[in-house]
Design a protein around this ligand. Structure first.
Ligand code: AHG
Ligand code: MN
Ligand code: MN
Length: 336
């Protein structure tokens, strides 16, 4: 149940009972993500000042090394998640391998696994364009009190217990699902609280926005090329428009509100696509489905794909259900 003027903290506590494993730990985990996102937000907002206060790689006035924002975001999320005795393992797009937490402690009862893209759309930072953070949460599958293994991380997206993103845009928002719909909260920077601003978010079943890097067009599979041509045909009945920010979080967020499709297909340059299944596609697919949208690789539901490696990439088509199904139809027809 959502109430007007509710803060994210209140919402998490009040909705805890609707979560099937109600132990309070997931609430604490979401609260720590909320906190880390505020810290990262503060740093992202200062990005335009780096030329004045020092560039990444410089040493600041206290003699500390200044870091690139994606490294900073990675450290902040890992630090915050590690400290609270809830998470037993973290995998990040910025780390080569997964991180096991308190792995030698046999009494360690931490059961949650977090996968994270700490800064999504990082090429947009230097030009003052929206970036984001994406997170995905699972329960471990190996026994409590033993060190986590790769198996805990290579779960299908359908096993996620929660997923969300933060968009550092004209305002900062945190949007998440625990499998009971999608809710969006806007940060009031003066007070430092997130307020429920977008209850029960839904992808419109149809939309008129298609989002794809058309610079890669000549390398795309024929089905995708034909779908793009279909969107471009101006026959009055199909008034599509193209919008592509180059930050998955921002493109997805806009499309969920307005109706649209996001595509990152495979190409000869990226034979498996570019986006990462575990850090980007699965969490966005979970949110999309919880908001009545759809996500596939063109043929298969994203959340049904069995991962085989941490940094696996996958073609990604996601958004308004009728648009995704139309794109899938073009893909299928080309395969026959
Ligand atoms: P990241 O900054 O985490 O590496 O992710 C960037 C991703 C995604 O956010 C975006 O949609 C896509 O890469 C953009 O890729 P192109 O520049 O190839 O279009
Ligand atoms: Mn990313
Ligand atoms: Mn990233």
């Amino acid at each position: 149940m959502s109430k007007p003027n509710q803060t994210l903290g209140e919402f998490i506590i009040e909705n805890q009972t609707s979560f099937k494993y109600t132990s309070g730990e997931l609430s604490r985990l979401l609260n720590s993500i909320r906190l880390a996102a505020k810290v990262v937000n503060h740093e992202v907002n200062k990005a335009g000042l780096v030329d004045i206060i020092g560039n990444a790689g410089d040493t600041n006035i206290q003699g500390e090394d200044q870091q690139k924002l994606d490294v900073y975001a990675n450290e902040k999320f890992i630090q915050t998640l590690t400290k609270r005795n809830i998470v037993c393992g973290i995998a990040s797009e910025e780390e080569d391998d997964f991180i096991a937490i308190n792995s030698q402690d046999e009494n360690n009862q931490n059961k949650y696994i977090v996968l994270i893209d700490p800064l999504d759309g990082s090429s947009n930072i230097d030009v003052n364009v929206s970036v984001g953070t994406i997170f995905s949460i699972y329960r471990r599958v190996t026994p409590l009190g033993t060190p986590v293994t790769l198996e805990d991380f290579l779960q299908k997206g359908s096993a996620q217990v929660a997923a969300g993103y933060v968009v550092y845009g004209t305002s900062t928002m945190l949007v998440y699902t625990t499998g009971d719909g999608v809710n969006g909260f806007t940060l009031n920077p003066a007070i430092g609280s997130y307020y429920l601003s977008h209850p029960n978010m839904q992808f419109p079943a149809d939309g008129n926005i298609y989002s794809v890097n058309e610079g890669n067009y000549s390398d795309f599979p024929v089905g995708i090329k034909k779908y793009i041509k279909y969107c471009q045909e101006d026959e009055g009945e199909r008034p599509y428009t193209s919008r592509y920010i180059g930050s998955l979080v921002s493109d997805f967020h806009r499309n969920m509100i307005k109706g649209g499709i996001y595509m990152y297909p495979k190409s000869s340059k990226n034979p498996k696509g570019k986006l990462r299944l575990l850090y980007e596609c699965n969490p966005m697919a979970f949110i999309a489905e919880q908001a009545n949208g759809k996500a596939s690789d063109g043929f298969t539901r994203i959340m049904d794909i069995v991962p085989t490696e941490l940094h696996e990439r996958v073609p990604f088509i996601c958004g308004s259900v009728n648009m995704v199904e139309k794109a899938e139809e073009f893909m299928r027809n080309e395969e026959l």
